[in-house]
Design a protein around this ligand. Sequence first.
Ligand SMILES: [Cu+2]
Length: 243
Amino acid sequence: MGEVLKFSWKPAEMQRPHDLAQELQRYFLILMKRLAILVILALRLAPQLRAQAVAEGRVQLRRAGVPSVVNQRYEMNLDASVIAPDPPTAVVYLEGRFPAQASAPPRARMAQKNIAFETALLPVQVGTTVEFPNEDDTYHNIFSYSKPKRFDLGRYRKDEKPPTVFFDKAGPVALHCDIHEFMQAVILVLDTPYFVKTDLKGNYSLGKLPAGHYTLKAWVDSKTTYSRQVDLRPGATIHADFP
Ligand SMILES: [Cu+2]
């Protein structure tokens, strides 16, 4: 037995240095390939990671209780009334020339639940499709007379496929319900992919911004938009309050 083993092992041992060298060479090549892929990925990601800046601060909100969107309802001259979210919140957004995006903005939704819109203010980018699901057991009839989009969704039930509206023009769109007069909301259509809604105190943090010189704006209502120039440095956070 021992003899046989000895006999069979000997050539293998002699072969080993050669195999090992080949094996090492193979591993080295695989390692180099992986390293090259990592370097390429890192180089591709680096400008994006480096370029991201953050803007944060506080927006002075509209005082609660000031007549807003609901008063627009039966007025003939729509420009005379103010479109404002209730409760007051604002939207901060970055304005400038940005490279065209490869894909359409994601769908958004404005549901009706407990005889109210699910949010008082919904910011969306131009080119966004918004769904209006009815999650109540009663009917609603959502409509808007606002310039950027006029529509009337009619009545539909909870179990029906919700109608959608495509928002292709920038501006505030006041939403009303023909059945429940107190229901109101605003869809703010913006010509930028960079926007964020403030909290109820006016605080905001807008991240993933491109580096460069831009205009940072804060929309409070249809007659109040604050604006300031900002210099966004790669990886830096700026503090900007409005006004
Ligand atoms: Cu309603």
